[in-house]
Design a protein around this ligand. Structure first.
Ligand code: KG4
Ligand code: ZN
Length: 387
């Protein structure tokens, strides 16, 4: 595979990110300016604030990515950008920067689907993370990088990876795929309502656990006992035979457990209580029970997807996991146990590459680059995924 030097840009939601990747595998730099500090008081991403922050942060982040990689812009073979899916106002910032750079450097422009890129993250070498960088603006990530090194298992060069079963679990998407190559994904099932990350984020608001919600629920659940929640929270679409998942019923069930029954009507309607009326132990138990159901639902459907692929002529060679929720410790452990049981390898991204980053964009773009799939300079920003 010929080497390429690609600058990746990612601005689809609330992370302003840039990275330099060589040959679709080696991470030369990875810079992420997260906006958690800006959205925290709203307990969710505010699109207008996100786009404005991308405008302010992208140029220093791009400079830092080149500096850490020890590269100059004239050494780049292409500029890649996550151009879908995401918040359009946020995507436009990255896409416009990528268009301008590609034009001024006279190199190809490559648009990358962010969801597809999440499933490429486990295939990148974490050795490059020693150059992992951070712009001066963001607060630190929620998870220690040492844990990422310990758990992540990228395949060795030459390992057979495809066909794989892939699960993208992020704030916006929860989708199962059959993966026949970096650019060849066939959807097997998806959430029929909320994404798993969105459910974690809402659960964190209900339980007053902190922001961002996923890591906050994981932390709160550490002190909890899921079995203490009786009756247990419902496990949606458990045996419907499909590979679809659903989290809105679980979310509503949690809401009633936390807040009790609605009282009053119309403008006077309210709940019996809120999270502040629960003991710390009750909140932790509910967080543990909620996380437990999400993990069980995801692993159950992932296993069914692996079985479905195994029925075909070629059994699944591995399981690929990606997206912000793939940073969840209990989920990583449960998927590893499932893979051990099925005797198939699991490739997990290191923690910094689970959440949004530009490494996965620059890495996957290499495969479009060597296939000659470059884009015109009027590449659009698109809110939805093609996957
Ligand atoms: O992939 P990502 O950074 O952005 C999207 O493409 O949506 O995923 C963000 C999501 C958020 O919902 C966040 O709460 C969740 O990933 N997340 C986690 C954990 N870390 C991040 N969910 C559960 N456990 C975690 N440790
Ligand atoms: Zn993402």
């Amino acid at each position: 595979m010929p080497d390429s030097l690609i600058l990746g840009i990612e601005t689809s939601c609330d992370e302003t990110a840039a990275a330099v990747v060589r040959g679709g595998r080696d991470i030369l730099s990875n810079v992420v300016a997260t906006q958690h500090d800006l959205h925290k008081r709203f307990t969710g991403v505010v699109p207008e604030i996100a786009s404005r922050a991308h405008v302010q942060r992208l140029l220093p982040v791009l400079d830092e990515a080149l500096r850490l990689a020890g590269a100059t812009s004239d050494q780049l073979d292409a500029v890649a950008v996550g151009n879908r899916p995401g918040l359009v106002g946020s995507l436009i910032v990255g896409v416009t920067a990528a268009q301008s750079l590609a034009w001024s450097l006279a190199v190809p422009l490559l648009g990358v689907d962010h969801v597809q890129a999440h499933l490429y993250a486990p295939l990148l070498t974490d050795g490059g993370l020693r150059r992992h960088g951070r712009a001066s603006l963001p607060p630190s990530r929620e998870q220690p990088e040492s844990a990422a090194r310990r758990e992540a298992r990228p395949p060795k060069p030459g390992d057979d990876v495809y066909p794989a079963v892939g699960l993208v679990v992020s704030g916006g998407h929860t989708t199962l795929y059959r993966v026949d190559g970096p650019l060849h994904l066939t959807r097997l099932g998806k959430t029929i309502d909320d994404a798993a990350g969105e459910a974690f984020d809402k659960a964190a608001v209900m339980l007053d656990a902190g922001y961002p919600g996923g890591p906050a629920i994981q932390r709160l659940a550490e002190a909890g006992n899921a079995a203490a929640i009786d009756p247990p929270l419902p496990e949606p679409l458990k045996s419907d035979g499909s590979l679809d998942v659903s989290f809105s019923g679980l979310k509503t069930a949690l809401l009633y457990r936390v807040r009790g029954q609605p009282v009053g009507r119309g403008r006077d309607a309210r709940f019996e209580r809120d999270a502040s009326d629960l003991t710390d132990q009750q909140r932790a138990d509910l967080a543990a029970a909620f996380q437990d159901v999400v993990v069980r639902v995801l692993v159950g459907k992932l296993r069914a997807a692996a079985d479905q692929i195994a029925d075909d002529a070629h059994p699944a060679r591995c399981v690929l996991l990606g997206g912000g929720v793939s940073a969840n410790g209990p989920l990583r452990g449960a998927v590893q146990a499932m893979c051990d049981d099925l005797a198939i390898p699991l490739h997990l991204p290191p923690l910094p590459l689970c959440v949004d980053n530009a490494v996965m964009i620059g890495g996957l773009a290499h495969h479009r680059f060597i296939a000659g799939q470059t884009d015109p300079l009027d590449l659009p920003a698109i809110a939805t995924t093609a996957m």
